[in-house]
Write a protein that binds this ligand. Structure first.
Ligand code: ATP
Length: 234
């Protein structure tokens, strides 16, 4: 469970996140949508303790990220898949992550298979495509078998087969009772992946509702999104 309450982040002149409150429940995929610069990444960074809020609070399983015991076993995150040191080999990267977080290495081989990188376990990450880096990032997020997953644009760089695979994986993770928060700017993808949507624009909450509630028969999620964003414009 993720809870965001009155969350606010100001960078000098920019109010990136503006008094945002929402809850992300377990057992379903919650899509996090918003136009460029809406504050999605900043919200996820605040949730993961990578930035400090100007005001308000974001918690995972009732606690701010920085207060979680063995955080990787509670929340798995994929923010910037390209941030991995290119000289490391895929398996080595996961082993390093496991060791530095006190997590068993037992799951590594299975996870590399699960994300479709079994054949590339010994290859250097520097030679990976963006899609392969996303897959490795997902394996890293799943390493601690966390109940909560926070994924920023995980389908970036994936080919159509990869996008379909990711959708299936996210669905099965949600079906296991996990909390899955996934940001995307791909409306058509979110329409077929998410059960619930949180829409933000200019740092503020514009919608927090089930897909069926937002997308009326005969309309698309894109129509609904444009309508919501249009209504929230100053
Ligand atoms: N470190 C920073 N310093 C200054 N401004 C920042 C910083 N990080 C984000 N911002 C600003 O905060 C706002 C929200 O940015 P953020 O990256 O959270 O949006 P986003 O919804 O993830 O956008 P996108 O879909 O384009 O990735 C933007 O105006 C951005 O320029």
């Amino acid at each position: 469970m993720i809870e965001v309450t009155g969350l606010t982040k100001r960078f000098r002149q920019t109010l990136a996140v503006d008094d945002l409150s929402f809850t992300v429940s377990p057992g379903r995929i919650t899509g996090f949508l918003g136009p460029n610069g809406a504050g999605k990444t900043t919200t996820m960074r605040l949730l993961l303790g990578l930035d400090r809020p100007t005001a308000g609070r974001a918690t995972v399983n009732g606690l701010p990220f920085r207060e979680l015991a063995r955080p990787l076993t509670q929340v798995g995150a994929l923010l910037d898949a390209t941030a991995v040191q290119g000289g490391r080999r895929a398996e080595q990267h996961l082993r390093w992550l496991a060791r530095s977080n006190g997590i068993s290495r037992a799951r590594i081989a299975g996870l590399l298979e699960l994300v479709g990188l079994g054949h590339a376990a010994g290859k250097r990450v520097g030679g990976f495509s963006l899609g392969m880096k996303q897959r490795l990032g997902l394996a890293a997020a799943l390493l601690g078998d966390p109940e909560v997953l926070v994924l920023d644009e995980p389908t970036n760089g994936l080919d159509p087969e990869g996008i379909r695979w990711m959708r299936g994986l996210l669905r099965s993770l949600a079906a296991e009772g996990r909390t899955v928060l996934v940001s995307s700017h791909l409306m058509s993808e979110m329409a077929v992946t998410a059960d619930h949507l949180i829409v933000v624009a200019q740092g503020r909450l514009c919608a927090d509702a089930g897909i069926a509630e937002l997308v009326r028969p005969g309309t698309s999620l894109e129509d609904a999104f444009m309508d919501i964003i249009g209504r929230s414009a100053p």
